[in-house]
Write a protein that binds this ligand. Sequence first.
Ligand code: TYM
Length: 330
Amino acid sequence: KEIVVSGIRSTGNLHLGNYFGALRNYVRMQEEFNCYFFVADWHALTTHPDTKELRNSVLNVVAENMAAGLDTEKVCLYLQSAVPEIAELYLYLNMMAYKGELEKTPTFKDKVRQQPDNVNAGLLTYPVLMTADIIIHRAKYVPVGKDQEQHLEIARNFAQRFNHRYGELFPEPVAFNYGEQLVKIPSLDGGGKMSKSENQFATLYLADEDDLIRKKVMKAKTDSGPTEPNSQMPDYIQNIFGLMRLVSEESTVQKFSEDFNSASIRYGDMKKQLAEDMVKFIAPIREKAKEIRSDEGRLKKVLQRGAERARESAAQTLQQTRELIGLNYF
Ligand code: TYM
């Protein structure tokens, strides 16, 4: 079976972007690939040095991964910090990663703007650690959302660079989605992508209670509607249709798109429908996650077993890495 790796940072509860960009694919991929999924708690430290909430975030993310349908008998689910082999591989990769190229990374530039008082070296080398995460298991496919595309390109460069310098060891990993394109879930306010740091009302979390989901959906940006048939659809309305396609019946989407084309659409009704379908989608995941989260004994066992399996695979790669570099002196 081909190898798959992906991770999610532990910086709070998961949202719809994480679900449709990543988790949904994890659940399908577990049936046909050898999957390693982890919580990127080291990466979280690059932006969240205050660790009061870390433990809670980590356990929430694990519970939400499982609630979304990950079967820990089929996949290896672990914490990044439980696999020190990743840190050693990161160290070797750092010797082949150049300051100039890292500084050019768009996500690094964004972070410099977002946290000018904490431009730490971990932020700069974020894609190096991410490469180590992936190639430590010699993964071929990496299910991620569109926002990670550039990081995957960098990972391919580093894998290739290692192979050229020391000998063939790592496949060049590619971003994966079951659709033809990587997913980008927009935020509800018509702005950029849905994210943990955006305006909280513009992000739907898997932990949101029903009324909060309704409230957020009803606040989503619309306007007074088209005045002529077959008008051009504004981005923020396309976004609402996009969300509807993910959680509503096809006939529902069809109906509202006909209403749009005949300029008779009522966005209030559309959002009410979307809100109810969203509640139906999120509520079972939320309740399942609560149940799983409440059993810390079970979570601990899952993570211990995950760490053992992940370390076994990682240790093999690291052994070969050391040999190829020439660190096996005797
Ligand atoms: P993170 O924690 O920001 O997000 C986790 C996953 O959710 C996807 N995602 C989205 N997809 C579509 N639309 C959105 N609005 C949206 N928001 C988030 C992300 O693309 C990601 O797949 N650097 C990674 C974590 C990471 C990693 C790795 C991933 C560390 N090491 C190795 C893969 C392989 C990140 O910050 O994801």
